[in-house]
Design a protein around this ligand. Structure first.
Ligand code: ADP
Ligand code: MG
Length: 275
């Protein structure tokens, strides 16, 4: 059993030794807020129960490490920009028979593909769950300790264009490097504009074989000419994206539409039976 789990600071009625001002100041200097908060109660418990010194030290450090880890995950969740409710647990795989649940779970649980900068591409018409599924994957990877950013593709392209205008595109691309997975939602909605598409191409080239991308699109590759304008650029972008990738085809009827129809069906049956 770990030291921290053995020694959850008890809400005792004993008077606790207040952390000395000097100790408090040193812990602030060392940026150890958890130890600072718990030192009083854990030292008192240790004195009372006659712990060996190493046990107290281990307990204090373990609490600090655990809270640090949990704050780090909280920061990653906050920066990721994911919808909180779009998770694997709320995704109904039976609605999309063409997508293998096992394959998605393998991506969610094994993060080796991120080391290789492999990509995930999700295709399908509106409403079939592309954004939901890719967000769910993002949540799972954050839980596994990875950093993820979800953004609408057109928003990111705008941001990169502004950076290019200010001659800081390389710095802006470098900032995105801290994310193991960058989710570009709705590639097909990028406006048809040459300068926009070339920043997107630069992003794809920059991350190639280093950092992963997950892209959702309403249109198959054959129509990406609309997004990249120049055929050579389209070809080069698709080539890089596909080279190490998992492609999830979601060609089913809109989940939204089906849900709406199912919601209406019982009411209309009832209406008929009472008329
Ligand atoms: P798309 O990005 O393909 O347009 P969304 O992911 O936005 O579709 O899905 C539309 C709505 O339907 C969302 O509210 C989403 O949570 C829900 N949805 C879609 N597919 C599923 C599914 N298989 N299981 C649960 N909810 C789903
Ligand atoms: Mg979507």
């Amino acid at each position: 059993m770990s030291a921290a789990s053995m020694t959850t600071p008890a809400a005792t009625t004993t008077t606790l030794a207040p952390t000395s001002a000097r100790l408090g100041a040193m812990l602030t200097d060392l940026r150890m807020p958890t130890i600072k908060r718990l030192a009083g109660s854990l030292c008192a418990q240790s004195d009372m129960e006659g712990w060996p010194a190493h046990r107290l030290l281990e307990a204090l450090l373990e609490h600090e490490i655990n809270e640090r880890e949990s704050r780090r995950l909280d920061r990653h969740r906050a920066e990721a920009n994911l919808s909180p409710d779009k998770r694997l647990s709320s995704f109904d795989f039976s609605a999309v028979p063409s997508v293998s649940k096992a394959q998605v779970m393998a991506l969610a649980e094994g993060t080796q593909w991120l080391e290789r900068g492999a990509n995930v591409l999700l295709f399908g018409p509106p409403g079939v769950g592309k954004s939901h599924l890719v967000s769910a994957l993002g949540h799972a990877l954050i839980d596994a300790g990875r950093r993820v950013l979800f953004t609408r593709c057109s928003d990111l392209v705008q941001r990169l264009q502004a950076a290019r205008r200010d001659l800081r595109l390389p710095q802006e691309l470098a900032k995105l490097d801290r994310f193991d997975l960058l989710i570009l939602d709705d590639l097909s909605y990028v406006r048809r504009d040459q300068s926009e598409t070339s920043v997107l191409f630069e992003l794809i080239s920059e991350r190639y074989e280093r950092k992963s991308l997950a892209i959702t699109a309403n249109t198959p590759f054959s129509q990406w000419g609309e997004v990249f304008v120049e055929p050579a650029m389209t070809l080069a972008a698709v080539d890089r994206l596909v080279h190490h990738s998992t492609i999830l085809e979601m060609n089913v009827e809109s989940y939204r539409r089906r849900a709406a129809q199912q919601g209406i069906a019982p009411a209309s049956r009832k209406a008929r039976s009472t008329s």
